[in-house]
Design a protein around this ligand. Structure first.
Ligand SMILES: Nc1nc2c(ncn2[C@@H]2O[C@H](COP(=O)(O)OP(=O)(O)OP(=O)(O)O)[C@@H](O)[C@H]2O)c(=O)[nH]1
Length: 306
């Protein structure tokens, strides 16, 4: 199954719901009146893309409708996919595919951080770059073994310490090893923590602070969000961004959820580029993000007139 089909399958429920509501709206007739614009905004909000993004999309389409004297609602809906795609924050190319860098992966428990680091190790190694992994998730014993197993699969080295060690020390060791090895990319897995836990967030700030101070390479922080958690992802992103000044987001588990619109809510509200998306548990299931494919999977095409 192709990439678009996988996301499309995952988002089928939200797309069906969106179409159903749009058809009810269009049953009133295709006039571009207030009822249409309000209905469009409400329908977009129900797709989990967030109030801010929905408002900006509708405002943009309204402007275009006036400027280009669009005849009816169908002409507006023809532009909807592009407009949604343009609402995603851009940038972030330097994080995973630029020059040498250290990237820390953060997020709440079980979002897929370790799995994502493992998949990335394979991808980057296949590109011919040298990768070093650091297991700063010293809280969950299985996380260390899990990362070691991923590292073995792609033949990369992983720096670990025993469970319960200070995560900042693991980062320190990892940076030393990276320097000695001349690694192109250093990927550091951190322990999952609730964004509402002040103590654990402070601990993470300290870990990231140590890395920023000690590293000679640029340091980036990437939030990993589980798409199935829906709107809660926005609160997670706000808190992690406040604490760490994030550089990007990776949205996982898009293969089985109707709540994928959260990717746009987070990207738009916090100005964070979506760096990758997870569409399954396998080694090859971390994919490049394409805003146009994503928009098409989220709302579908509106070519059936009349
Ligand atoms: N379906 C699906 N499952 C995924 C995806 N990414 C990760 N998972 C699964 O999510 C579960 C949790 O993944 P982990 O990588 O252990 O999550 P984590 O964030 O490291 O967990 P903590 O360290 O406890 O915070 C595992 O069963 C993964 O296989 C994805 O894109 N799609």
């Amino acid at each position: 199954m192709g990439l678009f089909d996988r996301i499309s399958e995952g988002l089928a429920r939200s797309r069906d719901r969106f179409k159903e509501q749009m058809n009810v709206l269009l049953d009133r007739g295709p006039d571009l009146d207030e009822g249409f614009w309000d209905g469009l905004e409400e329908t977009l909000i129900l797709s989990d893309i967030g109030g801010g993004a929905a408002c900006e999309i509708v405002e943009g389409l309204r402007d275009t409708a006036v400027r280009k004297a669009l005849p009816d609602a169908y002409a507006v809906l023809d532009l909807l996919n592009d407009r949604i795609a343009e609402t995603f924050a851009t940038g972030g190319e330097g994080v995973l595919s630029g020059g040498p860098a250290v990237v820390l992966f953060v997020g709440i428990n079980g979002t897929g951080k370790t799995t994502t680091v493992g998949k990335l190790a394979k991808e980057v190694t296949d590109e011919g770059r040298t990768v070093l992994l650091g297991s700063a998730d010293t809280f969950r014993a299985a996380a260390i073994e899990q990362l070691e197993a991923w590292a073995a699969r792609s033949g990369v080295e992983v720096v670990t310490r025993e469970r319960g060690s200070d995560p900042a020390s693991v980062c320190y060791d990892t940076l030393e090893r990276a320097e000695a090895q001349g690694a192109d990319l250093v990927l550091i897995d951190t322990a999952g923590r609730l964004h509402t836990s002040a103590d654990l967030m402070r601990e993470l700030e300290k870990v990231v602070g140590v890395v920023r101070k000690r590293s000679k390479l640029p340091v980036f922080t990437v939030l990993v969000i589980d798409a199935t958690t829906g709107q809660n992802g926005l609160s997670q992103a706000r808190e992690f961004d406040r604490a760490l000044d994030l550089d990007g987001v990776i949205v996982t588990k898009l293969d089985g959820t109707a709540k994928g619109g959260i990717a746009l809510a987070v990207s738009h509200e916090l100005g964070l580029p979506v760096l990758k998306i997870g569409v399954g548990e396998g080694l090859d299931d971390l994919k490049d993000f394409d805003a146009h494919d994503f928009a098409r999977a989220l709302v579908g095409d509106f070519d059936e007139r009349g």
